[in-house]
Design a protein around this ligand. Structure first.
Ligand code: UGA
Length: 351
């Protein structure tokens, strides 16, 4: 893949060790000649990647710690494109640590946005499907759908609001200060390393990792509110293909645009998700016995998450814009996403 100019791009990624960062870096190194520098508080997902000649710099540290400001600024000066991926993206944390969610996802990242403005660098910002909030069903469109969230006492929405505010600030910097930007909105990206089994043990993992753990260790899964809520799950490999196209920015077509990156064909209820996951895990020898015994248990949202939780009934992305603008469409069905994710945990020897 070539950049707009045909030159090898220089890319700076914070949160590079995370789910999106580590998969994106792997895709960059296998499919492009781009060079990468990164910052993260951990490095356990980067072992192989750090050996690449195109991984030019990595610093491990806490983004809140002032001593790393100079390093981050230097990397932004060096790069062509900055991706501030460091952030909290787990609903359980929005409830328990709403201020931390705001301070990291908004305050820390705003510094990077402003550095991109001051240094004239291109910015690619991870927004979220959560900005669409409590929509009334139907496909969600980047440039026309309303963004409606619940009351302040439902702290689940602090993540959505933080991301929405940043989307608006970036858009305004584009208008008033010529910031070159693209914004992407992930819709339930799923795959290996989404969350860890340590997260799942404390009940803070997102649904697929939580359910794999619960099937293996707790005799079955919990369906919050009966599992009637719906999501559209997207394979991380499809998602990183989309991101590569956004970064490559062929003919400048991604400039100033917001893109949903999701898979509308995979829309399903959480109950359907659990049933498909159990079926797929029955086919994996190491998991088959426990999957065969797994039961589905209903629990109210209040009992599972506490009173600050709120949820959206459904969430279906429109992907027409990215299809027409960048020629991307998703291809991996939910069944395959669940099989490949469960196989990853089987190969990691979690039992
Ligand atoms: C996620 C997170 O906010 C972010 O990772 C992200 O920005 C965004 O949505 C996205 O990935 O598009 P959500 O879809 O609610 O939010 O995340 P999960 O924790 O995976 O929950 C999905 C659904 O499963 C919810 O309705 C939840 O109540 C339900 N659930 C979760 C269960 O029924 N059982 C469980 O054990 C866990």
């Amino acid at each position: 893949m070539k950049s707009k100019s045909g030159k090898s791009l220089k890319i700076f990624i914070t949160g590079i060790n995370g789910f999106i960062g580590s998969h994106l870096t792997e895709a960059i190194f296998t499919q492009t000649d781009w060079r990468v520098s990164g910052f993260d508080m951990r490095s356990d997902n980067l072992d192989e990647l750090l050996r690449s000649d195109n991984f030019v710099s990595f610093k491990q540290g806490d983004i809140f710690d002032k001593e790393y400001r100079a390093y981050i600024k230097k990397q932004i000066k060096w790069c062509d494109v900055a991706l501030p991926l460091a952030g909290i993206a787990k609903p359980a944390y929005y409830l328990k640590k709403p201020l931390w969610t705001f301070e990291l996802d908004f305050e820390q990242n705003l510094k990077i946005v402003r550095a991109c403005v001051d240094l004239g660098k291109r910015l690619i910002f991870p927004s979220t499907s959560e900005v669409y909030g409590m929509n009334d069903g139907g496909e969600l469109l980047e440039d026309t759908s309303p963004l409606t969230v619940g009351p302040v006492s439902k702290t689940r929405w602090i993540y959505s609001c933080s991301k929405q505010m940043m989307d608006r600030i970036i858009f305004a910097y584009g208008q008033e200060r010529d910031l070159r930007f693209s914004i992407f909105r992930p819709f339930n990206w799923t795959g290996p390393r989404l969350d860890t089994f340590e997260d799942a043990k404390e009940g803070t993992a997102r649904v697929v990792t939580q359910m794999i753990y619960d099937i293996l260790n707790r005799g079955g899964v919990t369906l919050v509110g009966g599992g009637s809520h719906r999501r559209s799950f997207t394979w991380i490999g499809d998602a990183t293909d989309a991101l590569l196209r956004v970064i490559a920015n062929d003919s400048g077509r991604a400039d100033g645009e917001i893109f949903n990156i999701g898979n509308p064909a995979n829309n399903c209820s959480i109950k359907e998700l659990a049933e498909t996951l159990i079926d797929e895990m029955k086919r994996i020898p190491a998991f088959s016995e426990r999957a065969s015994r797994a039961v589905l248990k209903d629990m109210s949202a209040g009992d599972f998450y506490g009173s600050a939780y709120d949820d959206m009934r459904d969430r279906v992305p429109s992907v027409s814009k990215i299809e027409h603008t960048l020629g991307w469409s998703p291809s991996t069905p939910t069944k395959d996403i669940l099989r490949m994710t469960a196989e990853y945990y089987a190969h990691s020897g979690v039992l």
